[in-house]
Each structure stands twice: as C-alpha cells, then as structure tokens.
Design a protein around this ligand. Sequence first.
Ligand SMILES: Nc1nc2c(ncn2[C@@H]2O[C@H](COP(=O)(O)OP(=O)(O)OP(=O)(O)O)[C@@H](O)[C@H]2O)c(=O)[nH]1
Length: 220
Amino acid sequence: MGLWILELKRVCKILQLPLSLSCTPPIFFEVSAHSAYKTIQEIREKEKIHLIELEKLSVIDQLTGLRNRRYLDDNFEIERQKIKRNNQKLCLIMIDIDLFKRINDEYGHQMGDTVLQEFLILLQKNIRVTDLLSRWGGEEFIILLPETSLENAINLAKKIHTAINAFSFANIGKLTASFGVSKVDPNTNSNMESLYQVDKALYQAKNQGRNRIVAYKNNE
Ligand SMILES: Nc1nc2c(ncn2[C@@H]2O[C@H](COP(=O)(O)OP(=O)(O)OP(=O)(O)O)[C@@H](O)[C@H]2O)c(=O)[nH]1
C-alpha cells in the first residue's frame, strides 16, 4: 500500500497533478486506494504511449518525414544479419544533390527546404516499398536495398538519375545529383566499412564532375 502511494506521488509530481492523501478514513481508504491504483495504471499507460511517440520521433527527420540516420544505423545491422543468415544480397545507394548550397544562397533556405521535399518524393516514386530510404543529412540520402545485386542497384541509380534530370523543380527548374553505389558483404564489411565505401564512390562521382553514378570497386 505504501509503495502505491509513493508511486502515485511520483507520477503526480511528474505530471504536476494535485494530490491530497491526508485524513483518509479506513472505509474510504479502500475506495481511494482502488482509484489511486487505477490512476497509476492510467498514467503508466500514458507514459508508455508518450515514450513510444518519443521513440518514433527520434528516428524521423522533421523536414522530410523520412527516417533519419539513427534509424538507418539501427536497421542496417538488422539487414546485414538477415542477409548473412539467408545468404542474400544487399546494396547501398547514396545520393547527394549537386551544388545545393547555391539554391539556398540564390533562392533562400525555405526554397531549399521545398526542393528537399520535392526531391524525396521523386526518390520515393522510383523505389520499392521494401527499399529503405532515409535522409542521411543535409542534402544527402541513402537507400538500403535488400535482395538486390550490385547490377540491379546500379540500374536503379540510373533510373533515379534519369528521373531527376527529367524533373523540373518548382521555381528552380532543373537540378542534378551525384550517386555512389556499393555492395554490402556482411562477411567482410562492417557497417562502417560499407558506409565508407558508398561514401567514397559518391565522393568520386562529385570529383569527376557531378551528375553521375559511380559504383565502388574493391581495388580503389
Ligand atoms: N534548405 C536547407 N538546406 C540545407 C539543409 N541541410 C543542409 N543544407 C544546406 O546544404 C548545403 C550543402 O552545401 P555543400 O555541402 O557545400 O554541397 P553542395 O553545394 O551541394 O555542393 P556539392 O555537394 O559539392 O555538389 C549547405 O548550404 C547547407 O546549409 C536543410 O535541411 N535545408
């Protein structure tokens, strides 16, 4: 009983609810203990829902509504373990909008945000529901492609590349993007290595003049 009251005091304190437990006659104590117990249960349920909501928010990018880097980090390991067990294929595509800074500088940050939102819709239209698209940061996106060979990942990058080149962004017009593509080998690569490889391929695409796709090769 004492513990209930302590717990009730605790949750009421957290939720800043008024609580008066003084002068409760024994006959009424049963009733108030019962309602106190119910209150604690209700508050615990609300706390649980609140935590679930917080957990969801922590893996969602506010601007685009896409999953964020944290979500990808968590799920990449799960996907790696799955392909290792089932001997499946897994690839990564990293996409970065070219010269995005110019858009912010010329049209303002808000227009830059709009472009990012349009860009992600374009990406979503071109991938499968089982592909995991996330915002890696700034103007950079990653797609994790389960059950996809390197050849098919490159084909998908080509398809997205063509779609971007054909698209006219509101108020901005044409944009280009650079792509890195890599295969994940769960037996030899750690998550870090796989991400390093796809990032290196993207870096090469930028260095070679942007608006292109580069696949990571082992001997580079
Ligand atoms: N509007 C907007 N801009 C962002 C956001 N996140 C990052 N940026 C901007 O994206 C720009 C990225 O610039 P850089 O890293 O120089 O790259 P870039 O201009 O795209 O050039 P390259 O990648 O070399 O083609 C910076 O100006 C950032 O401020 C965002 O959420 N919204």
